[in-house]
Design a protein around this ligand. Structure first.
Ligand SMILES: Nc1nc2c(c(=O)[nH]1)N[C@H]1C(S)=C(S)[C@@H](COP(=O)(O)O)O[C@H]1N2
Ligand SMILES: [Mo]
Length: 530
């Protein structure tokens, strides 16, 4: 064979292999999705592998993903999985063009990996392996079908008796058309299976209709009135109340747990005198309170946006625990979610009179699905990872000695009181401002201790007090503003620091979010126009 024809042969094999592999993959994934719709959405091969990946991801990689992709980290992970899968499919196809059994083995390996990921996932059962296994069978069937068509179109890939060499590499037109038609047909079939699966899954699993048909009763106790002057009108400052659309989202769920309200149950058990089970109706019949509470994430970097303030409606958690009768010695409340998350909260923070809630509404609507529908926990003053379990289904009274929840097993701190934080919202980092008086403003939070003072510093100048907005109570963040007078042309640095209600000022020392929350002052560079 000449050099040119060898390259052509290699390219042809690559092309045919890619079609063979990718079409088999589409068939497999489509069937996997379809079967998963009848088992459990989390059992679909790609979702199962993704969830497994999230569970196994070391903290540094997760940190990198959140820093690089931010709130898009899940999209990035799924895109990564699809890319790897596509590469694998092409490789299996290219090898499989010549060696059929290797192609079959390649698809089988995909099925086994998917099935293993699925059955070892959170809250998984043996049936979770089914979608991946049936997906692999469909992939193998597609592979063999297309393989036969390809071999009749391209005779050079037919098995040859030992000792013979490649015959003339002429593809006959009719067989080539048949092969192309077969590939297109199989891809369409796979895509259709996937589409039907998605539709069925939305019907069978979506909590959207349950959420849409709900009415949250008026709370027995309204939120405290918001004093005039709580919200400042400086352009560019974070709104005092964060809309549901803008509220940050942090969780490990690749596919959102779908828990219809009428099938929701909460079990309260463990170190209690009277274990109990609560339905959603029973929960709504309890006296509901409405509260403004700021929630923030331990993974928030200095100056970051993983914090928000919302108006919640919920039942008091302390009352419920009192009814169950917390036994002496129970110091950890472990909450579990429908997707198998475990979160550990110090019992005394729930019982000490603060507004620890089983929340059902957020900013005037039933909890959005991504924020934990139908019920989530909230404990003012604690980071979300030790308090704010979404899609809550189980509460167990236990001890810190007896049990390490999800994040603690990943070496995050057992206790997660929020650290005092302050952020400059305006001007924007590296922004351009006009000389003269520059409005500087932002928010500061130290939930349950409150914010007593915010100070701003220009370059290495003295700390000057910012104006503090009024506040409802210590569980919500506080807006602040500062007029920077006499801003002169050139590059400058603005720095903010806050002092909490106990008189402690934010330390300058920069610490990473891991393992107990970031510290340090938020500082931005701005240019004053000449
Ligand atoms: N089920 C479940 N609940 C969860 C989490 C999670 O991963 N799964 N993450 C927690 C973390 S780390 C935070 S900061 C808050 C974020 O709540 P939000 O997404 O409503 O802002 O949810 C908490 N509750
Ligand atoms: Mo978090």
């Amino acid at each position: 064979m000449s050099g040119g024809s060898r390259v052509r042969a290699a390219l042809r094999r690559l092309g045919l292999g890619a079609v063979l592999g990718l079409v088999s993959a589409v068939a497999a994934l489509g069937v996997g999705r379809l079967v998963a719709a009848f088992v459990r959405p989390e059992s679909a091969p790609v979702i199962a592998v993704g969830n497994r990946f999230v569970l196994l991801t070391p903290e540094w990689l997760k940190d990198f993903a959140i820093r690089t992709f931010g709130q898009q980290d899940k999209t990035a992970l799924l895109a990564g999985i699809y890319l790897v899968l596509a590469g694998y499919a092409v490789a299996v196809g290219v090898v499989g063009v010549r060696r059929r059994w290797l192609g079959v083995a390649g698809v089988a390996v995909f099925g086994v990996v998917g099935a293993l990921a699925a059955v070892t996932g959170n809250a998984a059962g043996p049936a979770d392996g089914l979608p991946s296994l049936l997906a692999a069978l469909a992939g193998i069937a597609a592979f063999l079908t297309l393989h036969r068509l390809l071999r009749s179109g391209w005779p050079q890939y037919r098995p040859r008796p030992a000792g013979t060499v490649d015959g003339p590499a002429r593809a006959d037109r009719r067989s080539v058309l048949r092969a192309a038609g077969g590939a297109a047909g199989l891809a369409v079939l796979g895509g259709a299976a996937g589409a039907v699966g998605t539709t069925v899954q939305d019907r069978r699993y979506s909590a959207a209709s349950s959420r849409a048909s709900l009415r949250i009763p008026a709370p027995a106790e309204r939120a405290k009135p918001i004093p005039a002057g709580t919200e400042l009108s400086v352009p560019g400052i974070s709104p005092w109340r964060t809309s549901n659309a803008d509220f940050y989202r942090v969780d490990t769920a690749l596919s959102l747990p779908q828990v219809p309200a009428d099938s929701w149950q909460l079990r309260v058990h463990g170190m209690v005198d009277r274990p109990l089970t609560l339905s959603y109706r029973e929960l709504l019949r309890r006296p509901l309170v409405e509260r403004d509470i700021t929630l923030s994430c331990v993974s928030n970097e200095v100056g970051g946006h993983l914090a928000g303030n919302a108006r919640w409606i919920g039942a008091r958690l302390a009352d419920l625990l009192r009814e169950a009768g917390v036994r002496h010695g129970a110091d950890q409340l472990v909450s579990r979610s429908a997707d198998g998350m475990t979160i550990g909260t110090p019992v005394h923070t729930v019982m000490d009179g603060r507004d620890a809630l089983l929340a059902v509404a957020m900013n005037g609507e039933p909890l959005p699905i991504k924020h934990g529908f139908p019920v989530r926990m909230l404990v003012p003053g604690l980071y979300g990872y030790v308090s704010a379990c979404k899609w809550l289904v189980d509460l167990e009274l236990t001890t810190f000695r007896a049990y390490d929840p999800y994040w603690v097993r990943r070496k995050w701190s057992r206790l997660g009181p929020v650290r005092t934080a302050s952020r400059i919202d305006t001007p924007k980092p590296f922004g351009q401002v006009k000389p003269g008086t520059v409005p500087v403003a932002g928010v500061a939070w130290a939930q349950h201790r409150g914010i007593d003072r915010v100070e701003v510093r220009v370059d290495d100048g003295p700390w000057r007090p910012a104006r503090l907005a009024r506040t409802v109570d210590s569980d919500v963040w506080r807006q602040w503003s500062f007029d920077w007078h006499g801003a002169t042309a050139g590059d400058h640095q603005l720095t903010v620091r806050a002092t909490d209600g106990t008189g402690v000022t934010q330390p300058q020392t920069r610490r990473t979010p891991f393992p107990r929350g970031a510290t340090g002052w938020h500082s931005i560079a701005v240019t004053v126009a000449g």
